[in-house]
Design a protein. Structure first.
Length: 383
């Protein structure tokens, strides 16, 4: 026996399929689920006839509709928003480090927020390094960018989650001993004084001591910070270590630090294009100083990473939004037409096709059209 209840006008939505079967006297099936009531008069007629519907079907239909409405209104997580929140959180932590209880745990919380952003959309995460440079102070944002690059390489190399987190934590805290001075140095036009040079050369060791004072005891974390300005040929600082004495994870951090700095816009110089930044970071004396790490950086970032500007063979200008199957064939959204006029909306281009192949990479000031990341990546890049 069908569990029935009387049909009401509230059960019917004009123009939409019925979500249940309709029965008449004697449990006779009159209308099947899925049929459409086209007019108000038809709906009123059904109600006036005192017809019944399957109560179980009706309850399930109401529940399904409620769930669909909830799904439609459920917020899509934004990788960009998580990164910006992590940036603000890290700024408060680093500038007040001496007064922060449980500093190590709080820094690791920032690491986890950045990891979650990468799970939402790794391409958006890479793009923020190029397109989100106005978010926060450079000194802190640079640490965030370096942590994101380092985590990308560490994951590609199959480092354990714990190891990756320690590399990221070191990136977030590598410049803690010179944050305020770094803000000043960014606007400096004159050559560095002896005191400023000494401050820069000593900041890795001083940073280690500051972190020890607030309870950071992880030896790898502290070691990566101490070594992140050492060079393979012994020309780095503060200890002048050679490659055999610099751990691979410290070199990952060092390369991520240099790459992020190279592609950032500074008041005293233009940023390097991604391909030039890779050469600047990875090549010494005409060959890679660390061929294995160089291979991973080139594979994961390449000459046109997400967030970089490109001109296509047909003359359009766009932004790389997704890494492609090969390094030279990224997915691009064009927003300026071949004759320099803005397109009505960004158009996705497959750069594996000859017409839309990447002709050249451009600096940001050559694109000359403001846009939001949300326009290109949707809700996963919403502010």
């Amino acid at each position: 026996m069908v569990d029935q209840r009387r049909l009401s006008i509230a059960d019917i939505v004009i123009g939409e399929p019925l979500a249940w079967d309709v029965y008449g006297a004697g449990n006779k099936l009159l209308l099947r689920r899925g049929q459409v009531v086209a007019t108000t008069r038809q709906a009123e007629d059904l109600v006036e006839r005192g017809l019944f519907i399957d109560a179980g079907q009706a309850d399930r239909a109401v529940q399904a509709k409620r769930e669909a409405q909830q799904a439609a209104t459920r917020e899509i997580p934004s990788a960009l928003r998580f990164i910006n929140l992590a940036n603000k959180r890290l700024e408060r932590l680093l500038y007040n480090l001496g007064n922060e209880p449980d500093a190590e745990a709080k820094i690791l919380e920032v690491v986890k927020a950045l990891e979650y952003a990468a799970k939402i959309n790794a391409d958006v995460v890479i793009a923020t390094i190029f397109l989100n440079q106005a978010a926060g102070k450079y000194a802190v944002r640079h640490c965030i960018d370096s942590a994101l690059v380092a985590s990308l390489i560490a994951r590609a190399m199959k480092k354990s989650p714990e190891e990756t987190q320690v590399i990221m934590a070191a990136a977030l805290t590598m410049n803690v001993a010179m944050l305020r001075q770094q803000d000043v140095l960014l606007t400096k036009q004159d050559p560095l004084s002896e005191r400023e040079t000494e401050m820069i050369r000593s900041h890795p060791a001083q940073g280690v001591e500051l972190l020890k004072q607030v309870g950071v005891a992880n030896p790898e974390w502290l070691s990566y910070i101490l070594l992140h300005h050492e060079n393979e040929d012994g020309s780095g600082y503060p200890l002048g270590k050679e490659v055999k004495d610099i751990s691979q994870n410290a070199r990952i951090l060092a390369y991520a630090d240099r790459y992020s700095a190279s592609v950032s816009i500074r008041k005293y110089r233009k940023s390097l294009l991604p391909s030039a930044a890779l050469r600047d970071v990875l090549i010494t004396g005409g060959k890679p100083a660390d061929p294995l790490l160089a291979a991973y950086f080139i594979k994961e970032l390449g000459p046109t990473p997400p967030g970089s500007y490109v001109r296509l063979q047909n003359g359009e200008i766009g932004v790389v939004t997704r890494r492609g199957m090969a390094a030279g064939t990224p997915v691009v959204h064009a927003f300026i037409g071949p004759r320099g006029a803005p397109l009505s909306f960004p158009i996705q281009r497959d750069t594996s096709k000859e017409l839309y192949a990447v002709r050249e990479t451009l600096a940001g000031d050559q694109a000359m059209l403001p846009f939001s990341m949300q326009q290109l990546w949707g809700e996963e890049a919403a502010l």
